[in-house]
Every structure is written in structure tokens, then in C-alpha cells.
Design a protein around this ligand. Structure first.
Ligand SMILES: Nc1nc2c(ncn2[C@@H]2O[C@H](COP(=O)(O)OP(=O)(O)OP(=O)(O)O)[C@@H](O)[C@H]2O)c(=O)[nH]1
Ligand SMILES: [Mg+2]
Length: 248
């Protein structure tokens, strides 16, 4: 699931829902076996005919991570740290950009046994939609998520520009992608500079950001509750469209 089947540049199948199937190539008609040549004067025929060759196709399978939620943020914003803090996943964390090179999916467990899959995707940079940095490879993963977590390094200078830049890159990649249901996560609130930046971020944003620290665990509960809400809304919207919700 979550696989796009391409022939050349043409998408021939998009296996995005549980149970989706695609027959890529049919086998050839079978040949006639020995039994077919059974006759009164030949009780043990050794004759047979070979079958027709099957169809041959060269297909390109593209895996797009499918998770309920996708984390979007600049390198070093703390996406992997956050996934470690809220889920069972243990992606690498380091103080240099592009630590994460491949998407990781972590499962957030709730007390009512609900499970929400959150994908940690490599950092986005300006020009990602033109394939700068790790560019298109990860934008593809983000596209598959039902809702997004914009993770911002609140201790960086003018952190609000991060949200604007992220939305710009998403929309350049696919119009409307930045309008997916989302929550802005203002990370690193344990740092004094982050605390100082928070009021301006809130004022500039026009929407409520959840300020927290992936390292100290401060205010993670608020994010966990919001993720559950976004997940429930997404599942209800899927059902309304007659689609089965994605289960992990
Ligand atoms: N003080 C503080 N540091 C943090 C916090 N969250 C992450 N960091 C630090 O920020 C650096 C980057 O963290 P990562 O989790 O690797 O960031 P990322 O967004 O996954 O980075 P890429 O994978 O490179 O895109 C590390 O040195 C973390 O320890 C936080 O809440 N507070
Ligand atoms: Mg990372």
C-alpha cells in the first residue's frame, strides 16, 4: 500500500487504499500437457506443446510513505526529536542539518488503543520544489499524509518565516497542499530565545501554534490531543467520501 505504479512517466495504478489490486501482466496461455495426447494407441504419451509467452512489462514502483500525519520542517527544527518523544520510533537526532535522509514512521499510541502514524520526513529547504536539498523525494511523502505538522525551530531568528517558506514550497510542489489540515508546532520552547520569539510568532501566524519542547517534554500533551483531533476529523472525512480510514 502507498505504492504508485508507473510505466515510463505514466501512472498506471495508485495503490493507496487497503485491498487495492493491480494486475500488471497476464501469464501466457498454458500449453497442452501429455494427457492431452492420450489415445487408445498411445497410453503413455510424451508429447506436449509449450505455452504461450506471458506479457512482459517494465514498471517502476514508487513507494510513497503513507502515514496519517506528516512532519514538515526545516533541517534541525527537531522533527526527529519530536517523533522520538511522541512515538515508539527512534530516528537519529543530531545537531547538523539533513540528519534524516529517509522517512521514518512512528506510531503514537493513545489510551483508547487508537494508533496514529506520524511520518518524520527529511528537512525541507527553500527551493525544495525545484529539487534543491532532498527536494522532491520527500515532498512526495508529505503529499500522502492526511494532515501535517509544521515543525518550527522557535529559537531561530524570525521563526515565522519558516512557516511561510514551508507553505510556499508545499504549494509550489502541489497547489493547495499547504491548506491541508495542519498544526504549527513551535519547538525548543525550553530555550530562552524561543520563549522570547513566541508572542511575535503567534501574532504573525494568525493561527495558534503549540509551543513545546521535544527535549524536555514540556507541553507534549497539547500536541498529542491536537493530533488525535486532526486524526479523527480526517477519518470522518474519509468515511464521508466512502473511503476506509487508513489503519496501522
Ligand atoms: N533545546 C532543544 N533542542 C532541541 C529540541 N528539539 C530538538 N533539538 C535539537 O535540535 C537538533 C536537531 O534535532 P533533530 O531532531 O535531529 O532535527 P530534525 O528536524 O529531525 O533535523 P533533520 O533530520 O536534519 O531535518 C538536535 O541537536 C536536537 O537535540 C528542543 O525541544 N529543545
Ligand atoms: Mg531528522
Amino acid at each position: 500500500m502507498g505504492t504508485l505504479v508507473k510505466e515510463g512517466n505514466k501512472v498506471v495504478a495508485d495503490l493507496s487504499h487497503p485491498g487495492d489490486e493491480y494486475v500488471a501482466a497476464l501469464g501466457g496461455a498454458g500449453g497442452k500437457g501429455n494427457r492431452f495426447f492420450l489415445a487408445n494407441d498411445n497410453r503413455a504419451p510424451v508429447t506436449c506443446t509449450s505455452g504461450e509467452p506471458g506479457q512482459e512489462r517494465e514498471l517502476f514502483l514508487e513507494l510513497k510513505t503513507m502515514a496519517h500525519a506528516g512532519m514538515v520542517g526545516f533541517p534541525n527544527a527537531g522533527k526527529s526529536s519530536l517523533l522520538r518523544a511522541i512515538s515508539n520510533a527512534k530516528p537519529a537526532v543530531a545537531a547538523y542539518p539533513f540528519t534524516t535522509l529517509n522517512p521514518h514512521v512512528g506510531i503514537v499510541h493513545y489510551e483508547d488503543h487508537q494508533q496514529v502514524a506520524v511520518a518524520d520526513v527529511p528537512g525541507i529547504i527553500r527551493g525544495a520544489h525545484q529539487n534543491r536539498g532532498l527536494g522532491l523525494a520527500f515532498l512526495r511523502h508529505i503529499e500522502r499524509c492526511g494532515f501535517l505538522l509544521f515543525v518550527v525551530d522557535l529559537a531561530a531568528p524570525e521563526p515565522w518565516t519558516q512557516v511561510e517558506d514551508l507553505k510556499y514550497e508545499l504549494d509550489k510542489y502541489k497547489q493547495g497542499l499547504s491548506e491541508r489540515p495542519h498544526v504549527v508546532v513551535a519547538n525548543k520552547i525550553d530555550l530562552p530565545q524561543a520563549r522570547a520569539n513566541l508572542p511575535t510568532l503567534q501574532a504573525r501566524l494568525g493561527e495558534k501554534a503549540i509551543a513545546l519542547s521535544a527535549v524536555t517534554g514540556e507541553n507534549l500533551e497539547e500536541l498529542l490531543l491536537r493530533i488525535k483531533e486532526l486524526h479523527d476529523e480526517h477519518a470522518a472525512a474519509n468515511l464521508a467520501q466512502g473511503r476506509q480510514p487508513l489503519r496501522w
